[in-house]
Design a protein. Structure first.
Length: 296
């Protein structure tokens, strides 16, 4: 029932509301005889009907306002949630970037510190070897072949590659570097195989660089050690494992760089040095010429 439907009966003394029985009165009887009501009169109290209408209108307005408030609340909460999640994503991204940067800096410091130590060790080894040769000394321990296998003595044990091999020939513990023993002849890149205790063969021991029929000609790790830049005092340490090698120099931003050795050709694959840079190890094993004009 709408507001326009609620009208008071035109009879002066009637308190009922107009219904569809009569357009102006509560019923036909009241229209003919004011105050009288027939069987079809609904007898709806006009004031109560108006009060009900007012309450229904207020209820409808309240429901609309509550629905609007609810919609606004949901939108506000959704916006707050989205903003919160956006802040979380941003903070997570910033944290991950900061973590990755700090991790890279930490690993770089570790690599540089290790490279510096290895460079210093290699430099000391080179000085020891040079001093020994100047005074006619024999091959230093790192050139001697292990008494129990074909690896080199590295200082872990005075006569063997490691303590495990000393106790049981051919077995190797975690301290063993498993480096093939290098011939003591200057410029020879072959490894010891048992023909001679300090050289690749007897002929190379007497005539460095020459090899007899008993020489097996097995290459050791020709890149291992410290390499000085020909244009200055910069020293780079190379560690070789099989045909893979790693160049480290704590004073260079490209350190470390990794590459492969094929024959006498060095090719860099990863690291700060130009990918594809090629180096050539000279026949005497004492110099590396690079395709960019540099030499070690």
């Amino acid at each position: 029932m709408t507001k326009s439907d609620i009208q008071k009966c035109d009879s002066r003394y009637c308190k009922f509301a107009v219904t569809d029985v009569n357009p102006t009165h509560c019923c036909n009887a009241c229209g003919n005889t004011p105050g009288e009501h027939g069987p079809r009169c609904a007898r709806l109290d006009y004031q109560l009907m108006r009060s009900k209408e007012d309450l229904e209108r207020r209820h409808h307005a309240l429901a609309e306002r509550q629905q609007k408030d609810s919609d606004d609340f949901v939108k506000k909460q959704a916006a707050s949630k989205e903003a919160f999640e956006a802040r979380q994503r941003k903070e997570k991204e910033e944290f991950e970037k900061r973590y990755q940067k700090e991790k890279e800096e930490f690993e770089k410091r570790q690599t540089h510190d290790m490279a510096r130590v290895l460079t210093d060790i290699a430099a000391i080894d080179a000085k020891i070897a040079a001093t020994s040769q100047q005074h006619g000394g024999g091959a230093p321990h790192h050139m001697n072949k292990c008494a129990g296998c074909h690896f080199t003595v590295t200082g872990v044990n005075p006569t063997h590659c490691c303590n495990a091999c000393h106790g049981n020939h051919g077995t190797h513990g975690p301290m063993c570097k498993q480096q093939p023993a290098k011939c003591a002849s200057h410029g020879c890149q072959f490894s010891l195989t048992g023909v001679n205790p300090t050289h690749c063969c007897n002929k190379c021991a007497n005539h460095p660089g020459q090899h007899g029929p008993a020489c097996k000609g097995n290459h050791s790790s020709p890149l291992d050690g410290a390499w000085k830049n020909s244009s200055g005092h910069d020293v780079t340490t190379i560690q070789q494992s099989g045909n893979q090698f790693t160049c480290m120099n704590p004073h260079q931003s490209w350190s470390p760089s990794v590459g492969t050795l094929s024959g006498n050709t060095l090719t860099f694959q990863t690291g700060g040095l130009a990918v594809g840079l090629v180096g050539t190890l000279q026949a005497d094993g004492q110099r590396i010429n690079f395709s960019n004009g540099c030499a070690w």
